[in-house]
Write a protein that binds this ligand. Structure first.
Ligand code: PXG
Length: 466
C-alpha cells in the first residue's frame, strides 16, 4: 500500500502538489515555500507521513475519524456495497436499502420527535438544505415573511455560500460578498475571550438574550430560525456558560423560532452523548450531521428533521431540492456500519464513563503551565487558551495566532497533531483513544508548550496586548 501512495520521494510529491493542487484554507505561497506534509497511512489514532514519522492525530483528521484509522469492517462494507449497487439515486420516487436503513437508524438514535432524514454529501450541503427547509416550512405554514436565519459570530457551518453565510467567520465573509441576504449574526458565548469582568453565568445569559433582542429588532414575523453549534468547534472549542443554552431554548420557544443544532462536530458521541444538543439540554427542530456519521471514511451528511417540519414541507408538492449523492448507497452503508460498531462496542457509554473523565483530568493538569490561561474539555474536545498573563486572561501583543501557530509546529515536531485557532490550541481525538494514548497526547502537548514558551521568551513575545 505504501508503495502505491508513496512511490515518489517526499520532495517530488510536494512539488507536484504545489504545481497542481489548490488547498482549502491555505496560503498557497506560504505552502509552496515550505511544502505540504504528505500523509500516507493511518492506523488507530496514529498517522504516518511520507518520511516515516508517526504522528498522534489528536484532531481525528478534521474532527471526523471517531473510530480511528484502518477499520477493516468499514472497508469491507464499502467494497461489498460497491459490488452490489455502487450508485443509485433517491430522486423521483426511487430508493435503496442503505438509505432506508440509515434513515431508520438515525431516527431511532435521534431525540424523540426527530424522525426524518434528508441526506447530503457534507455538513455544508446539509446546512444549505436547512436554509431551504426552514424557509419552505414557514412559507407552507402560511407565514412566508419568516425567512431570516440568525447565526453567531465565530460560528462555523461550512464553506458553501449558505454554509459560510450561516457561519460567522469574519475572514470568510470578507471574501466573495458574504453573508448572502437574509442571514444575520449575534455574538458568541465566549466568556474567556469576551466576558470581561462579568461572571460566566451572567455573561451566558447576556449573550443568549442578544437573540431575543435581535428577534425584536427584526420582528418575530420575519425570523425563521436560529442556528448554532452546541459547542463551537472550528471557532476554538468555545464551551458556553451553563446559563446559555436553556435561555436560547426559552427564547426560541417564546418567539416561534426554529432551532437548528449543527451537530457536524458534536454529534455521534463527541460530547459524551449521542448528540451535543442532549449534552447542553437543547430541543432542536433540525440537527445537521456529517463527519462522525461515517467516521470520515466516506463523505456523507444530512439533516435530521422533526415530524412537524417533515409533515408540513411534505404536504405541499415537491420540495425542489436535492443532490446527486443524497443518500449515496456506499456512503450510507459505511455510515450504517459506523453506527453498528459504535453500538456494538458501546462507544458512547465507554467514552462517557471512562475516557471523558480520564481526558478531562489529564488535560486539566495543563492549566498549571505558565503559557496556559485556561484548559477545558467537554466530552472528547478540549482547548487551551495561550496567554502571556494568566491572571488577566490577556491576549498577546503579537498578531493573533502567532504563538498558536508556533505551538502547532512544535506539536508536529513532537509527533502530535493539535490545531490552533488564533492562540487557542484545540483537540478532538478519536473516541477510541486509550488511556495510555491520552497520556502520550498530553505528554507531547506539554513538551510542545515548554518549547513554545522558551522560544516565545527568547523572542520577546510573552508580552500582553495593551
Ligand atoms: N458545521 C460544522 C459545525 C462544522 O464543523 C461543517 C458544518 C461543514 O461540514 P463540511 O463537511 O462541509 O466541511 C463543519 C466542518 C476546522 C475545520 O479547521 C472544521 C470544519 C471543516 C474544516 C475545517 O476546524 N468543520
Amino acid at each position: 500500500m505504501s508503495e502505491i501512495t508513496n512511490h515518489l520521494p517526499t520532495a517530488a510529491l510536494q512539488a507536484l502538489d504545489v504545481a497542481h493542487h489548490m488547498h482549502p484554507f491555505t496560503d498557497a505561497e506560504a505552502l509552496a515555500a515550505k511544502g505540504a506534509r504528505v500523509i500516507t497511512r493511518g492506523d488507530g489514532v496514529f498517522l504516518t507521513d511520507s518520511d516515516g514519522n508517526r504522528i498522534l492525530d489528536a484532531m481525528s483528521g478534521l474532527w471526523c475519524v471517531n473510530l480511528g484509522y484502518g477499520r477493516e469492517e468499514l472497508a469491507d462494507v464499502a467494497a461489498r456495497q460497491m459490488r452490489q449497487l455502487a450508485y443509485y439515486n433517491t430522486f423521483f420516487q426511487t430508493t435503496h436499502v442503505p438509505a432506508i436503513a440509515l434513515a431508520a437508524k438515525l431516527a431511532e438514535l435521534a431525540p424523540g420527535h426527530l424522525n426524518h432524514v434528508f441526506f447530503a454529501g457534507s455538513g455544508s450541503e446539509a446546512n444549505d438544505t436547512n436554509l431551504r427547509l426552514v424557509r419552505r416550512y414557514w412559507d407552507v405554514k402560511g407565514k412566508p415573511s419568516k425567512q431570516i436565519v440568525i447565526g453567531r459570530k465565530n460560528g462555523y457551518h461550512g464553506s458553501t455560500m449558505a454554509g459560510a453565510s450561516l457561519g460567522g467567520m469574519a475572514g470568510m465573509h470578507a471574501q466573495g460578498g458574504l453573508p448572502i441576504p437574509g442571514i444575520v449574526h449575534i455574538d458568541q458565548p465566549d466568556w474567556y475571550g469576551e466576558g470581561g469582568a462579568a461572571t460566566p453565568e451572567a455573561f451566558g445569559l447576556a449573550r443568549a438574550r442578544q437573540l431575543e433582542a435581535k428577534i425584536a429588532e427584526l420582528g418575530e414575523d420575519r425570523v425563521a430560525a436560529f442556528i448554532a453549534e452546541p459547542i463551537q468547534g472550528a471557532g476554538g472549542v468555545i464551551i458556553p456558560p451553563e446559563t446559555y443554552w436553556p435561555e436560547i431554548q426559552r427564547i426560541c420557544d417564546a418567539h416561534e423560532i426554529l432551532l437548528i443544532s449543527d451537530e457536524v462536530i458534536c454529534g455521534f458521541g463527541r460530547t459524551g452523548q449521542w448528540f451535543g444538543a442532549q449534552t447542553v439540554g437543547a430541543r432542536p427542530d433540525i440537527m445537521t450531521i456529517a463527519k462522525g456519521l461515517s467516521s470520515g471514511y466516506l463523505p456523507i451528511g444530512g439533516s435530521i428533521v422533526s415530524d412537524e417540519i417533515a409533515q408540513v414541507v411534505g404536504s405541499a408538492g415537491d420540495f425542489n431540492h436535492g443532490y446527486t449523492y443524497s443518500g449515496h448507497p456506499v456512503a450510507a452503508a459505511v455510515a450504517l456500519e459506523t453506527l453498528r460498531i459504535m453500538e456494538e462496542e458501546q462507544i458512547v457509554d465507554r467514552v462517557a464513563g471512562v475516557v471523558v473523565p480520564y481526558l478531562a483530568a489529564a488535560w486539566a493538569r495543563l492549566a498549571a503551565h505558565p503559557l496556559v490561561g485556561e484548559a477545558r474539555t467537554v466530552g472528547m474536545m478540549g482547548s487551551l487558551a495561550l496567554t502571556p498573563d494568566k491572571a488577566r486572561r490577556a491576549r498577546f501583543a503579537a498578531d493573533a495566532g502567532t504563538i498558536g501557530l508556533r505551538c502547532r509546529e512544535q506539536c508536529f515536531a513532537n509527533g502530535l497533531v493539535m490545531r490552533h485557532v488564533g492562540d487557542r490550541m484545540i483537540i478532538a481525538p478519536p473516541l477510541v483513544i486509550t488511556e495510555d494514548e491520552i497520556d502520550q497526547l498530553v505528554d507531547r502537548a506539554r513538551r510542545a508548550l515548554d518549547q513554545t514558551l522558551q522560544a516565545a521568551l527568547a523572542d520577546g513575545l510573552m508580552v500582553a496586548a495593551a
